[in-house]
Design a protein around this ligand. Structure first.
Ligand SMILES: [Zn+2]
Length: 289
């Protein structure tokens, strides 16, 4: 795994910041899901965001899920990151080639009006979750809005995904900068100016080559200190047993209907497209037990 999530602090601990490079994970996602280019860009941005948000949690058990629901042809997406260093995700509908004009407009119109929900499961009793209306559907803006209004943490979010002509990943990078209470007004404008000068997360990555380099560039005036570097990568973790539990959750009535109609029940994992088959007699046993 060459993908990394990096954390830094700067401006005398008044600023905490995160940066990622997830090119390998996005190539894996493109391979698993046969993502069309705009799906790949959308999912890449969300996975980059999820990887950084997950790094904010204290415990390695923290699992962060970004759920986007939209009325556009893509329908939304799900991106999941664990602080332990795994990423997975999918787009709700990858088959919208016929929506030609929408597809030209970019990620926002393909997602459409909708909501963004962040669920943080800290491995305790209840997961913590918050939802906001989508601002632009471009994901970076939506995450910045989420932190600023839902969690009252002024945040700068820049996500950059670019593909090569052969549909592999060229850049899949992101930055989140957050101001701690008491941070000076000039701090954020100094950082914003650095970002503005560079242009985008992709261009900072192209300039510096690593997430560490991105943070050092962006926070240059605030004496940045890299406080952690963690490897991450695409990993689903599904199994026949976990899929069986999913099949059981359909409920007795639905399962009886299915086995009356077919001999084999097939379940496909949303995250890695692995197909699991269960015989109808196996399903019968599940219903009885
Ligand atoms: Zn899977």
């Amino acid at each position: 795994m060459s993908d990394k999530v990096v954390r830094a602090s700067a401006y005398n601990d008044m600023v905490r910041a995160f940066a990622v490079d997830i090119r390998t994970a996005l190539d894996d996602a493109i391979g698993f899901h046969k993502l069309n280019p705009l799906s790949a860009i959308a999912l890449g941005r969300a996975l980059a965001g999820a990887a950084m948000i997950s790094e904010m949690g204290k415990s390695d058990e923290t699992v962060t899920t970004i759920k986007i629901k939209g009325k556009g042809p893509m329908g939304g997406l799900v991106a999941v990151a664990s602080k332990g260093g795994t990423l997975k995700g999918y787009v709700v509908n990858n088959n919208y080639a016929d929506y030609g004009d929408d597809a030209k407009l970019g990620v926002g119109p393909l997602i459409g009006e909708g909501t963004l929900t962040i669920v943080r499961d800290l491995g305790m009793k209840e997961p913590y979750s918050g939802t906001i209306p989508l601002q632009s559907g471009e994901i970076g803006d939506d995450l910045a809005y989420y932190f600023t209004y839902s969690e009252q943490i002024p945040s700068l979010v820049a996500l950059g995904v670019k593909l090569n002509p052969d549909a592999t990943t060229k850049t899949a990078a992101g930055i989140i900068v957050q101001l701690m209470p008491g941070a000076g007004e000039t701090t954020i404008s100094e950082i914003e100016q650095r970002l503005f000068k560079a242009g985008s997360a992709s261009s900072i990555f192209e300039k510096t080559g690593t997430p560490q380099g991105m943070l050092e560039y962006l926070l240059e005036k605030g004496n940045p200190e890299i406080t952690s570097v963690r490897e991450t990568g695409y990993k689903c973790g599904c199994s026949r047993d976990s899929m069986k539990r999913g099949v059981i959750s359909l409920g007795r009535e639905e399962l009886e209907k299915i086995i009356n109609e077919q001999d084999i029940v097939e379940a496909v994992c949303h995250f890695c497209e692995t197909r699991y088959t269960f015989s109808s007699s196996e399903i019968k046993n599940l219903i009885i037990n």
